[in-house]
Design a protein around this ligand. Structure first.
Ligand SMILES: [Zn+2]
Length: 272
């Protein structure tokens, strides 16, 4: 989800070095340092994973050092310079405000080649892929998979990584556009910067916390039927952020009990 953030506005005459800090969603802060001739603008990450952000600046009597808006991949727990605003007339007041949007994930992430994912359910179980990659129902243009499974089925991490987001407060599910953004989910950041997204989980059915490191095969929650659905199933996709603050989904192979590591097909059952 993209977050639109409030415009911060400051007006000041040149003064001895002055620092301001505005933090968003416990995820990152925009820090500014005003000097005699310029304002340096930094982004400081508060989290252990990457985000992609866009920044635009509205200002008067200041010249930005780079073309705006700018897109930046912000690394875990790092401070990096975004730009400098040069003061044009040092005898006059100046002002600036930021317009910031952000999304989880690194738009420069590349999926590791040759990696095979584990089926996200217990050994000995097999489930039908009710909708496959680019499926006609709701996966147009998306490399996403739906496994039909009864509510309450343990959902296992298909690949290890860090839990970077989760939601378990929603209770309802049906094919209703109003529920499009009301599914419970877990997002796991993989070591290559891609994100695995496990969707439609049961109400209060998440068993991991944000920041937790999980291994492939760990139980992360229980399947459900929340959000926009036509019946109980698990939706799964691997994606990376894009420069436009969207998602680019990625086709991945799964280890199966009978056929080894393969791309799964709609209408087939796969056992783990
Ligand atoms: Zn789906």
């Amino acid at each position: 989800m993209v977050f639109l953030l409030a415009l911060l506005s400051l007006t000041s005459f040149a003064a001895p070095s002055r620092v301001t800090s505005d933090c968003y969603d416990n995820t990152f802060c925009i820090d500014t340092e005003s000097k005699e001739d310029r304002v340096d603008v930094f982004v400081r990450s508060l989290v252990e994973w990457e985000i992609t952000m866009t920044l635009d600046v509205e200002s008067s009597n200041l010249t930005p050092s780079i073309e705006l808006p700018t897109v930046k991949s912000v690394s875990a727990k790092r401070v990096s310079r975004l730009l400098t605003l040069e003061i044009e007339d040092k005898n006059a007041g100046w002002s600036f405000g930021f317009n910031v949007k952000w999304i989880l994930g690194d738009f420069t992430a590349e999926h590791k080649r040759g990696i095979a994912y584990d089926l996200p359910y217990s050994e000995g179980q097999e489930f039908l892929v009710g909708q496959g990659y680019m499926g006609n129902a709701t996966h147009q243009g998306k490399y996403a998979l739906d496994w039909d499974m009864p509510e309450g089925t343990p959902v296992l991490a298909a690949r290890g990584g860090m839990v970077v987001d989760m939601e378990e407060s929603f209770t309802e599910g049906r094919p209703d556009a109003d529920l499009m953004t009301k599914a419970n989910y877990v997002k796991i950041r993989h070591s290559d910067g891609t994100i695995g997204n496990y969707v439609h989980l049961k109400h209060k059915g998440v068993k991991v916390f944000i920041g937790q490191q999980v291994d492939a095969g760990d139980v992360i929650g229980f399947s459900g039927n929340t959000g926009f659905t036509t019946g109980p199933h698990l939706h799964f996709e691997v994606y990376s952020a894009t420069r436009e603050l969207g998602r680019r989904t990625i086709p991945v192979e799964f280890n199966t009990n009978r056929r080894g590591a393969i791309l799964l097909k709609e209408g087939q059952y796969y056992g783990r």
